[in-house]
Design a protein around this ligand. Structure first.
Ligand SMILES: NC(=O)c1ccc[n+]([C@@H]2O[C@H](COP(=O)([O-])OP(=O)(O)OC[C@H]3O[C@@H](n4cnc5c(N)ncnc54)[C@H](OP(=O)(O)O)[C@@H]3O)[C@@H](O)[C@H]2O)c1
Length: 319
């Protein structure tokens, strides 16, 4: 099969397209003919070596959507020809920027018939992340106020939609050009993250926040303590560490701010969340936006873009 692989750690230039052996599914696993693979910042962390992949050479990519091509021993509930999507690969096993990928069934769900493969792949990792952050960890309730930093990003634009479907009042920060589309996705208040008076603007427009999804703790932990309500629940997902100069300790203590860090890869039952996401996709409650598509030969470009370009939603690789 054709696959993108890296044999050593480094920049996007270490990615090459080559012939790799088509993997066979083991017990409880599915082989999926990949039609789309989501591109996530974490794919670049494994490539450059700040996260440790299980082996080299390595195929990058966590997210996939495609068609079941073969089922391993003992698999129940899936059959050849099923349309599926999933995530969580590329971490403890080979990834998804390839014509075929093998996934355990507990990281897979059926993709509704009228949802495209690109949209399925685009929804998976970010959807599981946003669900685990907002619902599992923060316990977001209807009528609460949820602040999503960076609402135009992969996680952000799905988090806005999940928070909206929970019934929360959704506040988000994003560049001006994305405000209209984020409003269509369910954001009630949108503030440009570049504003000098960002904290005042958020509090003035939205009141204080009960739950905050923070993808840049280095920049926003003080801010979160300032704009959070009493007992604010902050979930930190970003690849950055809180600043050593966290100044708002007194405010955080007085508010009894809770800070939960998380890794999507620890999600105990990804398939359960994926089934919920599938239901939301089918109902039209979740519409992941595919901003740009790349073929395997341009996967390096996609990995550059996911870190350095501005876009609304997700980038996908289509083998
Ligand atoms: N812990 C986990 O389980 C987990 C899971 C998924 C993702 N993550 C991490 O979460 C982060 C976001 O992931 P992603 O896939 O959503 O990335 P993404 O698609 O690249 O989105 C990042 C977003 O951040 C916005 N942004 C840039 N600078 C900002 C600032 N100063 N303030 C507010 N927003 C800003 C960008 O907007 P502009 O383009 O307009 O600048 C963009 O919309 C990454 O660090 C990723 O590794 C962690």
């Amino acid at each position: 099969m054709r696959a993108v692989r890296y044999h050593e750690h480094g920049g996007p230039g270490v990615l090459t397209v080559e012939d790799a052996e088509r993997p066979d599914p083991g017990p409880g696993e599915l082989r999926v003919e990949v039609r789309a693979a989501g591109v996530n910042p974490v794919d670049t962390y494994f490539r450059e070596g700040s996260y440790e992949p299980p082996e080299l050479p390595m195929i990058p990519g966590s997210d996939f959507a495609g068609v079941v091509d073969a089922a391993g021993e003992g698999v129940e509930g899936f059959a050849e020809g099923d349309r599926v999507f999933g995530t969580g690969l590329g971490n403890d096993r080979q990834g998804t920027y390839a014509e075929y990928a093998v996934a355990p069934t507990d990281r897979v769900a059926r993709l509704p018939d009228d949802v495209g493969f690109a949209e399925g792949a685009a929804a998976a990792l970010v959807g599981v992340t946003a669900w685990r952050a907002l619902v599992d960890h923060a316990g977001l309730e209807p009528a609460e106020t949820c602040l999503v930093h960076g609402g135009s990003g992969g996680v952000g634009h799905v988090a806005v939609q999940i928070a909206d479907s929970v019934g929360a009042r959704v506040v988000t920060t994003a560049s001006e050009e994305y405000h209209d589309r984020l409003e269509e996705m369910g954001a009630d208040v949108i503030v440009d993250y570049g504003r000098e008076d960002l904290a005042d603007a958020v509090v003035e427009a939205a009141g204080r926040s009960d739950v905050i999804l923070d993808h840049r703790l280095d920049q926003y932990l003080d801010f979160d303590a300032e704009v959070g309500t009493q007992g604010v629940r902050v979930v930190g997902i970003g690849n950055t560490e809180p600043d050593a100069g966290f100044d708002n300790v007194a405010a955080a203590r007085a508010k009894e701010m809770q800070l939960q860090l998380m890794s999507m890869y620890n999600t105990p039952d990804m398939a359960a969340i994926l089934r919920k996401l599938a239901w939301m996709l089918a109902e039209g409650d979740l519409r992941p936006r595919v901003s740009k598509r790349y073929d395997l030969d341009h996967a390096a470009e996609a990995q550059k873009a996911v870190l350095h370009d501005s876009f609304l939603g997700k980038l996908v690789v289509e083998p």
